[in-house]
Design a protein around this ligand. Structure first.
Ligand code: URA
Ligand code: SF4
Length: 251
């Protein structure tokens, strides 16, 4: 393990790594003693009126540049009104790893890039811990490309309708990138991708490999949640281990 990786793991408050001797490139985490405890995540998904169905077939034929342009000018759901910039995603368009967050917050809306700030730094550390960087074998996208705010102007999770309106873009991103593995960051991403009941806790989705768009999907906590609940970082590390093992088996 490089000193750099050790520093990242320390930053995450996590344990040592071991490397497989027959494949030194593949980094695997040391097995952890902690069992998968139940955890409660209380960021519920509000429900709002529906919007017009997106022209999914059109989106499904777009190339990368057309898709970017289409997102930049999109008015398919109400989130278009409050946004400063759309946030298409960032990273390597040929990445084997696709990380999926919820949607842009205030800073992301201003800068047009996902996961800026403290949660972004933690995500970068999570990437580094499995040998990835934003621009190297990883792509970071969100369920919705525009910022969602409540009446007081605070960030809120997108509604199920907003998530559904935006989904064809993410589906096309997946079809074009062709990642080997998807990692859902937090409740909104996991529930939107898996079409699950808003009451499903992330804890119930961890520890197994799901599927989305014919690709393996691993669910973990959102970096912003991990900042609020640092004791859960150990579990996020276990999730990254599962994702790494799944990736190694699939690639
Ligand atoms: N949270 C997310 O889920 N996505 C971002 O891009 C920023 C914060
Ligand atoms: Fe379009 Fe998605 Fe933005 Fe809604 S959130 S306006 S569907 S890009």
């Amino acid at each position: 393990m490089s000193d750099r990786n050790a520093v990242f793991l320390q930053e995450m408050g996590l344990g040592p790594l071991w490397q497989r001797r027959d494949n030194p490139g593949a980094v695997h985490p040391a097995p952890s003693a902690g069992a998968l405890e139940a955890a409660t995540v209380d960021d519920g998904l509000p429900v709002a009126p529906g919007f017009d169905a997106p022209p999914a077939q059109e989106v499904a034929r777009m190339d990368w540049a057309q898709l970017q342009a289409s997102v930049a000018g999109c008015v398919k759901c109400g989130l278009c009104h409050g946004r400063t910039r759309t946030v298409f995603g960032v990273g390597d368009a040929k990445a084997r790893w696709l990380f999926i967050g919820e949607g842009p917050g205030r800073n992301e809306d201003l800068q047009g890039e996902p996961f800026i700030g403290q949660a972004g730094r933690l995500l970068d550390n999570m990437l580094a811990a499995v040998g990835l960087r934003r621009d190297e074998n990883a792509f970071i996208a969100n369920i919705v490309k525009c910022r969602a705010v409540d009446e007081s102007g605070r960030d809120r999770p997108p509604t199920a309708e907003e998530a559904a309106a935006c989904m064809p873009y993410l589906e096309r991103q997946i079809a074009l990138i062709q990642p080997t593995i998807l990692v859902a960051l937090g409740k909104t991403a996991a529930l939107s991708l898996l079409g699950l009941d808003p009451d499903t806790p992330v804890s119930r989705l961890r520890g197994k490999v799901h599927e989305f768009a014919g690709r393996p999907l691993v669910v973990t906590y959102h970096p912003a949640y991990l900042l609020r609940s640092p004791a859960e970082k150990k579990k996020a590390w276990e999730d990254l281990c599962l994702a790494t093992a799944t990736y190694a088996a699939a690639d």
